[in-house]
Ligand binder design. Sequence first.
Ligand SMILES: O=C(O)CCC(=O)C(=O)O
Ligand SMILES: [Fe+2]
Length: 327
Amino acid sequence: MSSTSGPLPVIDVSALVGPGTPGERAAAARRIEAACLDSGFFYISGHGVPPELTTRLEDAARRFFRLPAEHKMRISMERGGKAWRGYFPVGAELTSGRPDLKEGVYFGAENDPDDPRPLHGPNLFPGEVPDLRATVLAYLDAMSGVAQGVLRGVALALGLEDDYFSSGYTASPTMLFRIFHYPPASPSGDEWGVGEHTDYGLLTLLLQDDNAGLQVHTSRGWIEAPPISGTLVCNIGDMLDRLTGGHYRSTPHRVRNLTGRSRLSFPFFFDPGWDCEVPPLPSRPLRDGGRPRWDGQDLRAFTGTYGDYLMGKVGKVFPRLRADVLD
Ligand SMILES: O=C(O)CCC(=O)C(=O)O
Ligand SMILES: [Fe+2]
């Protein structure tokens, strides 16, 4: 249960996200590679997202969570149906089989109402916080540019063309975005804001307010990933772990808010296209001989598309919504 403090690297990605010389890009890629081989978690600076956009987002999110419960329920996930968008109250999501001590709103790319794919469709925005819509959509747009830049670095690190992801797996990415509010946890209880899990896709980019709570399970034990102003926490998901034969780690993490204050976080998930299969790269032998990972799952054994993989996970974390999404 204990966690020790241990710094994760802060990597300047400006040369990958914006203009950069081949030398600068290669240097950033080497730092990303070292972090991916180690814990699979790092901070990024130089991402170019305007601070006023993140301030606006935080401010609008705070106003939303302060609304009376019945107002928040006007955009409840039940109304989002198979698009899997909208608000869920504290206790409705079960990340690792137990209710999480958090409430939140699920968003994604703004899709057509007739999009036949599960988890695709229009977002639900609250009428009471009218600026949230434009702010979330601007933030999604900014994040997809940052994610393509970080993946350019990952591609270079893997010895691939720098557009390997942007012209392939993420040419038409699956993008999900959430805003979470973690009420303070009781220091004597054993409630988790988010239970231990790994993320499902390629990359997660996490904005945190100034309250700590995120913990990462590295080979040196559980360490904290506290907020660092102006940075985002970046971690890799199961699909990048699978693609690299386990060389890049999709590392378990969890959240416990012991600050005594309300914590807000904003994870953005940048994942392969819905219909993409993500087989391991041919040139990579399995790390540790393909030893099963923390949860006993063998990522290599899965067959199917990223959409299939994601749907398998969704049914577990939102059992009540499963019928909506799966029928
Ligand atoms: O809120 C956080 O700090 C992390 C959230 C997270 O791990 C997730 O949504 O996958
Ligand atoms: Fe996560």
